[in-house]
Design a protein around this ligand. Sequence first.
Ligand code: NAD
Length: 184
Amino acid sequence: MSDQVRVCFIGAGGMATAVHYPSLADMDDVDLVGICDLNTERLEATADRYGVEGRFTDYRAMVEETQPDAIYIIMPPHHLYDLTIDCLEMGLNIFVEKPPGITAHQVTWMARYAEKNDVIGMVGWNRRFIPVLTHCREKVLAHSDRVQQVVSTFYKCHPDAQGPYYRVMPCTPLIRCAGWPAAR
Ligand SMILES: NC(=O)c1ccc[n+]([C@@H]2O[C@H](COP(=O)([O-])OP(=O)(O)OC[C@H]3O[C@@H](n4cnc5c(N)ncnc54)[C@H](O)[C@@H]3O)[C@@H](O)[C@H]2O)c1
């Protein structure tokens, strides 16, 4: 039996190609066995870049042929529910991006189907794991173990960034000490 986790992908769009394919390609214990996208141009470009042989426009055919352990379903939330429930019913461990649905009801049912099929469901709430937030959380918890509400403001401060959303502004010492670059 291989030590690698066999992973399939539905979606070769913006977020998937910017973040998830490069991350998985870096992991020795992952075998990327199939990619499915309705857009064949994106499908071919992504599969070529990561040397993936399994290329599909029908995710059910992909699952049947490649027999993955887990599947990434990366697309906007309004397309997510039916695909996710179907994959959970096929007994696949799944990863979806945030937000995992367009209503709380959808998300509750995703969790129920994961439980019923005894598989793992994961949502990419990546901000929960970034160093600056875990650092701040530890600092707050050092003073109190009864945090009831947190209000945070997140400034993007890359020195080369342009545009109204990406303002160049000085970082606070707290952000610098958590390993973020200071703005010039
Ligand atoms: N975690 C973060 O910080 C963060 C940041 C930005 C975006 N996101 C999330 O990422 C998600 C968007 O991902 P994206 O940018 O890769 O999406 P995208 O719209 O660029 O790509 C989706 C792809 O899925 C394909 N597709 C749609 N339905 C399909 C089907 N039934 N079968 C096969 N392929 C199908 C489309 O052809 C498209 O190529 C959103 O949920 C968004 O909220 C998260």
